[in-house]
Design a binder for this molecule. Structure first.
Ligand code: 6LW
Length: 491
């Protein structure tokens, strides 16, 4: 399928950063309030990715902060230098501590505790090394109380996190809003500074400048922005925040983030920002995106988890706090909190088999979720949309296992002006001995980023009620898209 419409890593996997060692590619993502943080992946062909684990697996690496939705871990940079892997990021819940630099021999971990860079306050840090081995930190200076400070840079002592000189501004972008996400590369003797601009919404874009030295002076590319879907009818929108990688044969590719809004205007994206792949050609000394160079296979997103191995699969993460879960021979016990797995498709169904009480939710954030809760013999369907929190329906189930089911179905309404379709409709059902009973059917737009705000995407969430939950299994099945056909030229 076309690279511009099919993510290489679907679901809430934003701010992709990529590096290559020999024939192996590695990819990492920002992860906000979810712990463990920073999913990291491996691929041999840039198309099929396998999750190795997470970079941030200990609280000494990811201070909890306040756990607020879309707080925590912002965009980072993954690099390989001097025989080691390096990852630099920001925990905005610990913003005054500055940037965090971690290293590992093996990208699957363990990763070191972070070296902090308290002189670099802001977001979106990048690491690059010149031929002499000098390390440059480039970041977007930003104070959440005082505002933006521009794209800054300084040479860095990696061992101590001390800047070796006062930070100085570099290229500030092509003039669009929110210049951020810098990545710096040396290509054939010139230095290229890639930025995200335009904000991470519909105006998002990738721009580039080049200069003779890591610090510039930089001249912007006349063709900027070199990637954007703003003001187009392309079914992938919000495209930006790219990172480049060179293949063993000398060719180049880029990973970037995009969203797939669906439904009536203004469009609603529900899976967060996903990772896409493009080819990159060099023309006249500038990178040119070749968005559909790759034929991207559908990612294999279906799963059944019976919790029959001692360690949880890396798909499971926890918002804010710690996972209060135990895996036993007969399934998963959740004492408190939520255990979440990303939804990775536009159409899907999922089932959780609960032995007794417990909850199964579709969650965008702590203020936006639909779901089912079983209290002994009673199952309630409920919805929380901002300040509204309602129980919609109740059903009774006999003792023993019960199946709580959630489905993302096509919207019944057409789009404007013939209707007012949301992105999908969420059906909440319960499986009983006499069959499946639907308890609620809800417009999916209220679990979209356009309604809820933030940087994350939908999650399936397991939780407890007043007593610990006992989950036997969870099954997730993607269904064929699209219900809203994309415009003809992109079909
Ligand atoms: C990311 C920054 C951004 O660090 O959002 O809108 C942050 N731009 O580049 C979270 O993805």
């Amino acid at each position: 399928m076309k690279g511009s419409t099919t993510p290489i890593v679907p679901g809430f996997y934003p701010d992709p950063t990529v590096c290559r060692v020999g024939d192996d590619y590695y990819l990492a993502h920002s992860s906000f309030e979810y712990f463990p943080g920073v999913p990291i992946w491996h691929s041999r062909d840039l198309l099929r990715w396998t999750q190795l684990g997470h970079v941030l697996t200990r609280r000494s690496q990811f201070a909890r902060g306040d756990g607020r939705s879309s707080g925590g871990i912002y965009a980072g940079t993954l690099r390989h230098h001097g025989g080691r892997f390096w990852y630099v990021t920001t925990n905005v819940g610990d913003h005054d501590g500055g940037q965090l630099i971690l290293q590992a021999d093996d990208p699957a971990g363990p990763w070191s505790d972070p070296v902090r860079v308290p002189q670099a306050i802001g977001i979106d840090p990048d690491l690059a090394w010149d031929d002499a081995g000098q390390c440059y930190l480039t970041w977007k200076a930003l104070s959440f109380t005082e505002g933006e400070g521009g794209i800054m840079q300084a040479r860095l002592d990696l061992a101590t996190g001390r800047l070796l000189e006062p930070a100085y501004p570099v290229w500030q972008g092509s003039g669009l809003s929110a210049a951020e996400g810098p990545h710096l590369y040396e290509v054939d003797g010139l230095w290229y500074l890639l930025l995200a601009e335009g904000g991470t919404e519909r105006g998002h874009a990738v721009t580039v400048a080049r200069g003779p030295h890591p610090s510039g002076p930089f001249e912007g590319c006349p063709a900027n922005p070199i990637l954007s879907h703003r003001s187009t009818i392309h079914p992938t929108q919000n495209t930006g925040h790219a990172d480049l990688v060179r293949a063993p044969d000398g060719g180049w590719a880029a990973v970037y983030l995009g969203a797939r809004p669906r439904g009536s205007t203004p469009g609603f994206h529900v899976l967060g920002r996903e990772t896409f792949l493009a080819g990159v050609n060099w023309v006249g000394g500038w990178p040119v995106f070749d968005e559909d160079r790759y034929d991207v296979p559908s990612a294999n997103t279906a799963f059944t988890d019976r919790f029959d191995r001692p360690a949880l699969d890396p798909r499971w993460v926890v918002p804010g706090g710690e996972p209060a879960v135990t895996v036993t021979a007969d399934g998963l016990r959740i004492a408190e909190g939520l255990l979440c797995a990303r939804v990775r498709d536009l159409r899907w169904s999922a089932e959780a088999t609960l032995e007794g009480s417990g909850r199964f939710l579709l969650r965008l954030d702590h203020r936006h979720h639909y779901g089912l809760a079983r209290y002994g013999d009673r199952v309630e369907a409920s919805a929380r949309v901002g300040d509204l929190d309602v129980v919609l329906a109740t059903a009774f189930v006999p003792d023993g296992p019960a199946v709580l089911r959630i489905e993302a179905a096509p919207p019944a309404s057409p789009t404007v002006p013939l209707g007012d379709a949301g992105p999908d409709e969420i059906v909440l059902s319960v499986g009983r001995p006499d069959g499946v009973r639907d308890l609620a059917r809800l417009d999916g737009r209220y679990l979209s980023t356009e309604v809820a705000s933030g940087f994350t995407g939908r999650m399936l969430a397991l939780g407890s009620t007043t007593v610990p939950a006992h989950v036997r299994s969870v099954t997730y099945r993607p269904q064929a898209e699209p219900a809203t056909p994309p415009p003809k030229e992109f079909a």
